[in-house]
Design a protein. Structure first.
Length: 337
């Protein structure tokens, strides 16, 4: 008997999951509360970063390394307008960088350490010059909107996939147990991959608000590598666009449990702009809402829970983008169990 599967949520993980299930022979209905693709979702961005090494999270690192094969194949097939290599830079004291270097060497990934004064980073950013720089050659910049358009086209062309955008069934509040039971009667398996918790089961997902700037550099200026840590107290990070002309600038400590008020936003903006040395053409402020699972769940790799024929991911946030190929493969395997 042919499997009939529902995928709820047409972000990056949902689209890849639907394609995997269809390629294995299932008939798939993919639902979304909004358009497919939803250009306002967290999956739609000018650049996301994949990296192999996650020194503080072995479970995430394993999923990232598995996903790297998919991203590299996509880059080789469609070129660097979709995905391109990027160096991963961490700036800090040697005692902090040591554990990161251990992870690189354990996984046999190329890395090297230099003094900050032997790089050109201080011509771009205000960084303490007594720090060292650990550079890893394990990064890929993912042109998310290009990738999502590519996946969307594959969904539309696949004869076993039906797209169901702007569906209100899964947007309802308060009656989710009833809705889940109804879905369970309609499909062999239901795979819920939404960016916000759908609420069929109790969980410890938390809402967060990330403040960041999108900085367009002046004509002729570009920066092509990803910085995960500038060595400052707030752990400032910077992810460039594919062409290096736009920088997403934020800090790990600029994620908040409540929407930042005007005064806090102004302080964040001032702090981040003080990091910049090169001239900017335009600056756009953003506060991105996202949901995250408890830190212990991320470390243990328990990114979803299941009950009979329903699988629910707690939250498909930006962190999951880079690991979506491995996630989608694992979820599709559950669909055929």
């Amino acid at each position: 008997m042919c499997h009939k599967i529902a995928v709820v949520g047409a972000g990056i993980t949902g689209m890849m999951t639907a394609l995997n299930c269809a390629r294995k022979g299932a008939e798939v209905d993919i639902y979304d509360q909004y358009d497919i693709p939803n250009k306002h979702s967290n999956s739609w961005a000018y650049a996301r970063l994949w990296r192999a090494i996650h020194e503080d999270n072995p479970a995430l690192e394993a999923l990232a390394i598995r996903s790297g094969v998919f991203w590299e194949n996509l880059m080789n097939q469609y070129g660097e307008n979709m995905i391109r290599p990027a160096k991963i830079i961490r700036i800090n004291k040697e005692r902090t960088l040591g554990s990161v270097r251990f992870s690189y060497e354990k996984n046999k990934k190329v890395n090297y350490t230099t003094s900050l004064k032997h790089t050109n980073l201080t011509s771009f950013f205000n960084i303490k010059e007594d720090n060292n720089v650990l550079t890893g050659e394990d990064g890929l910049l993912l042109g998310a909107h290009v990738i999502n358009e590519h996946l969307h086209n594959q969904l539309k062309k696949h004869e076993k996939i039906r797209l169901l955008p702007n569906e209100t069934l899964f947007a309802a509040k308060g009656e989710m147990n009833v809705i889940c039971e109804k879905i369970a009667r309609m499909y062999k398996k239901t795979l819920i991959c939404t960016s916000s918790p759908i609420g069929c089961f109790p969980n410890d997902v938390k809402k967060n608000y990330q403040y960041h700037l999108d900085i367009e550099l002046m004509n002729g200026q570009s920066f092509s590598d990803a910085i995960l840590d500038m060595g400052d107290i707030h752990k400032t990070w910077c992810i460039p666009s594919i062409d290096g002309k736009v920088l997403k600038l934020s800090a790990s400590h600029f994620s908040f449990s409540e929407p930042p008020d005007e005064n806090l936003r102004e302080n964040c903006k001032k702090y981040l702009l003080n990091k910049m040395k090169i001239p900017c053409n335009s600056i756009k402020e953003h506060v991105s809402q996202y949901y995250s699972s408890a830190a212990c769940a991320m470390r243990d790799g328990q990114l979803w829970r299941s009950n009979d024929n329903i699988l629910i991911m707690d939250a498909c946030n930006a962190r999951n983008y880079k690991i979506s190929p491995a996630l989608a493969e694992d979820i599709s395997q559950f669909a055929f169990e």
